[in-house]
Design a protein around this ligand. Structure first.
Ligand code: SF4
Ligand code: SF4
Length: 296
């Protein structure tokens, strides 16, 4: 199974909308599984019009730990108070009090405790579910719980489940988180190709370059999609020049189209909302490298 990952650096440039419509188009001739790795703000299911009832299973997973005090062992030496970088330990009632929401599970307090009074306990920090879309393919989605950390490990777990569910499929299409943090690195790792989505603004271009740094680190071939290119044609040209200088293919330049917003409002992929936009996604598919073996 080949893996294509869609990422953007900056949020809000149309990454998930483009992933959803590309999935619908590619699924017509390729067997695929779609994966929402934006675990901090998973919304691909909503774009596919899926609700809770469409997910067969939500499995809680534990990829993070929290500090817990064994009160009987604590001698109130206060050594642990000095080592918590995250400010998760307060003092009260003659002993340390751990703030669950602030604790990142780094373990520094447990190492500093001379009495072994602090243990790290695994916590359920996310749910992973899967369901079938109306378009015939499965979506695997991970959702971080409120105030929890460990999203990079959650993404790795989501992809592992998707690999098992889609082991007989041609393609895994991954919607990565925005940014360049752990969840993006975990999304991109192991990809055969990356699609970097941007828009013609200085902030999106700057974030695009940072995202391409992650892609280059893993030596993954990639292409660029410029969304809403006609809102700032001059700046789009600048992105095209950058792509040419760095030998990165422009997969498509998508004009501003209100139907992208209508599609989000109506909870359906834009390719369904406005079939006239289909050539845009056809162009992206046709520009993907032959080695990936996509049938068009
Ligand atoms: S595990 Fe780390 S973050 Fe949590 S309370 Fe201890 S030192 Fe602070
Ligand atoms: S370092 Fe250990 S013994 Fe000292 S106050 Fe913290 S938990 Fe108690």
């Amino acid at each position: 199974m080949k893996q294509i990952t869609v990422l953007s650096g900056k949020g809000g440039v149309g990454k998930s909308s483009i992933t959803a419509s590309l999935a619908v188009l590619l699924s017509e001739k390729n067997s695929l599984i779609c994966v929402d790795c934006d675990v901090d703000a998973a919304n691909l299911a909503l774009i596919f019009g899926m609700g809770e009832k469409d997910f067969q299973k939500w499995k809680p997973i534990k990829t993070n730990e929290k500090a817990e005090l064994n009160e009987g062992k604590c001698i109130a030496c206060k050594k642990c108070l000095d080592v918590c970088y995250f400010g998760a330990i307060k003092w009260g009632r003659g002993m340390p009090i751990f703030d669950e929401l602030s604790c990142e599970g780094c373990g520094a307090c447990a190492l500093s405790c001379p009495e072994g009074a602090i243990e790290l306990k695994e916590v359920e920090n996310a749910n992973i579910g899967h369901g079938k879309t109306d378009f015939g393919f499965k979506l695997v989605s991970g959702q971080l719980k409120m105030g929890e950390a460990g999203s990079g490990k959650i993404v790795a777990e989501v992809k592992q489940i998707a690999s098992k569910k889609g082991r007989k499929k041609d393609l895994m299409l991954v919607d990565a988180a925005a940014g360049i943090g752990c969840p993006v690195i975990a999304s991109v790792a192991g990809s055969d190709y990356a699609i970097a989505v941007t828009e013609p603004t200085p902030s999106a271009f700057s974030d695009l370059k940072r995202a391409l740094g992650v892609v280059n680190h893993f030596r993954i071939p990639c292409g660029i999609v410029i969304n809403k290119y006609d809102l700032n044609p001059g700046f789009s040209k600048e992105i095209e020049s950058f792509a040419a200088e760095n030998k990165i293919k422009i997969l498509s330049k998508i004009p501003y189209d209100k139907s992208f917003v209508d599609a989000l409002v109506n909870m359906e992929p834009v390719i369904i909302q406005n079939p006239k936009i289909r050539p845009v996604f056809q162009e992206i598919a046709e520009n993907l490298p032959k080695e990936i073996g996509i049938k068009i």
